[in-house]
Write a protein that binds this ligand. Structure first.
Ligand code: FAD
Ligand code: FES
Length: 360
C-alpha cells in the first residue's frame, strides 16, 4: 500500500457517532476547499492531534478506526477518561464542523494482509480501535486468511463497535470473534465471562503458536496477556503490541518527582536553541545507569518547550535532533532509519549516557 507520511494540517469533524456511554467516533473529512483526502494510511496506524485547551497546546494520539478503503474520511474513536484533559475536551466539546489539527499517519502496529496468512487480534477496552480498522480493511478486501478477533471489556454497555463486529462476522466467514466480559453480573450477556485466560485462547484459536498476534489494551491486560501467550509457547517476536500511552497522569512538571529525590550529577544536556544547559538528575538510591531522567523531563524542568504526546516512544511528537553525545532509548518505535541517520532522538525516551546537545 502507498502511504503518505509527515502530513500535517486541518481536518474537520463531519459526523459524531455515540458508540457507548463514554466512547464516541469522530468522522473527519478534509477542510472545505480541500478536494482530495490529504493522506493515505495502513490499517493500524494513528494520527497525532494538537488541541488548545485552557491556553495550553496539548498533543494526543488516536488510532484510525475506519478502513483505508474509505477514501473520503477517517474515523477516530475516543474514550472519555474521567479526569483526562484532552479526551474530555474531544468527547464533551467537539461539534460537527469544528476544525481539528492533525498529523500523520504514524505507527507500525499495522497489518494489511501481506505480512502473514492469518492474524490474531486481541484487544481490551478502547484498544479495539486499530483492530476494527484492520478487520474492516481485510473484510472489504475479501482477504482469504483466518482472522481471530478476541475482545475483553467490562460489561455489555462497554462493548465498543458491538454492531459493527457482528456485521463484519456476517460478511466474513473467515472472521472468528470471541468476546469476554469481566463485570457481566446482573446483565443478560450470554458470551464468555471473566478476563482473557489461557483457557479462552485454547478454546478459540487453533494453532495459536504459529500465528501472528496483535495486542492492544490497558497496560495490565497487555502484560498479563503477553505472559499467557508466551507461557503457551508463542515466540515473543510474534506478538506485536501498541501502547496507548502512560496509564499515569502526566504530572504538571514531570521532572519534579525525580528532582526531589535525585542529584543533578548526570551528563550535561545543552538545549542549543534556548541557550540553556543543565545536568540530568540521577536517582542515586537505585544506582541507575543510565540516569532515570529523560531529555523531555529535564526540558520541562527548565521550561523549554518540547512537544509530546504518548510519552512511551510510540508517537514521535517529541522528536528532536541531537547534535552531539549519546543517549539510550528503551523504546524507539517512532524513529525510522532516516531519523536515526540524522541523529533524531525521542526526547521522552532519551536518557543521556554522556554530555549531549539537542536542537531545542
Ligand atoms: C498510539 C496511540 C494510539 C491511541 N489511540 C487511542 C484511541 O484510538 N482511542 C482512545 O480513546 N485513546 C487512544 N490513545 C490514548 C490517547 O492518546 C490519550 O492518552 C487518552 O485519550 C487520554 O488522554 P487525556 O488527555 O484525556 O488524559 P490525560 O489528561 O493525559 O490523563 C491520562 C490518564 O490519567 C488519568 N488522570 C488524569 N488526571 C488525573 C488525576 N488528577 N488523578 C488521577 N487520574 C488522573 C486520566 O483519567 C487518564 O486515564 C492512544 C494513544 C496512543 C499513544
Ligand atoms: S511523546 Fe510520543 S514518542 Fe515521545
Amino acid at each position: 500500500m502507498t502511504v503518505t507520511a509527515n502530513w500535517r494540517g486541518q481536518l474537520r469533524v463531519a459526523d459524531i457517532i455515540t458508540e457507548t456511554p463514554s466512547v464516541k467516533t469522530f468522522r473527519l473529512k478534509p477542510s472545505p476547499g480541500d478536494d482530495a483526502f490529504p493522506f493515505t494510511f495502513v490499517p493500524g496506524q494513528f494520527l497525532n492531534f494538537a488541541f488548545w485547551i485552557g491556553g495550553a497546546r496539548m498533543n494526543r494520539s488516536y488510532s484510525i478506526s475506519s478502513s483505508p478503503t474509505q477514501r473520503d474520511h477517517v474515523d477516530i474513536t475516543v474514550r472519555r477518561e474521567p479526569r483526562g484533559a484532552v479526551s474530555r475536551h474531544i468527547v464533551d466539546l467537539l461539534r460537527i464542523g469544528d476544525p481539528v489539527e492533525a498529523g500523520g499517519p504514524v505507527g507500525r502496529f499495522t497489518f494489511d494482509g501481506t505480512e502473514a496468512d492469518s492474524i490474531v487480534l486481541i484487544a481490551g477496552g478502547v484498544g479495539i480501535t486499530p483492530m476494527v480498522s484492520i478487520t474492516r480493511y481485510l473484510t472489504e478486501r475479501s482477504w482469504p486468511g483466518e482472522i481471530f478477533f478476541l475482545y475483553g471489556c467490562r460489561a455489555p454497555e462497554d462493548f465498543i463497535f458491538q454492531k459493527e463486529v457482528a456485521a463484519l462476522q456476517q460478511r466474513n466467514p473467515k472472521l472468528h470473534v470471541a468476546v469476554t466480559m469481566s463485570r457481566a453480573e446482573g446483565t443478560d450477556w450470554k458470551g464468555l465471562r471473566g478476563h482473557l485466560t489461557k483457557e479462552v485462547f485454547a478454546q478459540t484459536i487453533p494453532d495459536l503458536v504459529s500465528r501472528r498476534i496483535h495486542l492492544c489494551g490497558p497496560p495490565t491486560m497487555m502484560e498479563s496477556t503477553k505472559a499467557i501467550l508466551i507461557g503457551l509457547g508463542v515466540a515473543p517476536d510474534q506478538i506485536k503490541t501498541e501502547q496507548f500511552g502512560t496509564p499515569k497522569p502526566a504530572p504538571a512538571a514531570p521532572g519534579t518527582a525525580l528532582k526531589q529525590t535525585a542529584a543533578a550529577t548526570g551528563p550535561l544536556v545543552t538545549f542549543s536553541k534556548n541557550n540553556k544547559s543543565a545536568k540530568v538528575h540521577i536517582d542515586l538510591q537505585s544506582g541507575d545507569s543510565p540516569p532515570k531522567q529523560s531529555v523531555l523531563e529535564l526540558s520541562e524542568e527548565l521550561a523549554i518547550p518540547i512537544e509530546f504526546s504518548c510519552r512511551v516512544g510510540t508517537c514521535g511528537v517529541c522528536k528532536v535532533k541531537m547534535t552531539s553525545g549519546e543517549v539510550e532509548m528503551e523504546v524507539e518505535d517512532a524513529l525510522d532509519s532516516s531519523d536515526k541517520t540524522n541523529g533524531v532522538i525521542l526526547a521522552c525516551q532519551a536518557k543521556p549516557t554522556n554530555d549531549i546537545a539537542v536542537e531545542a
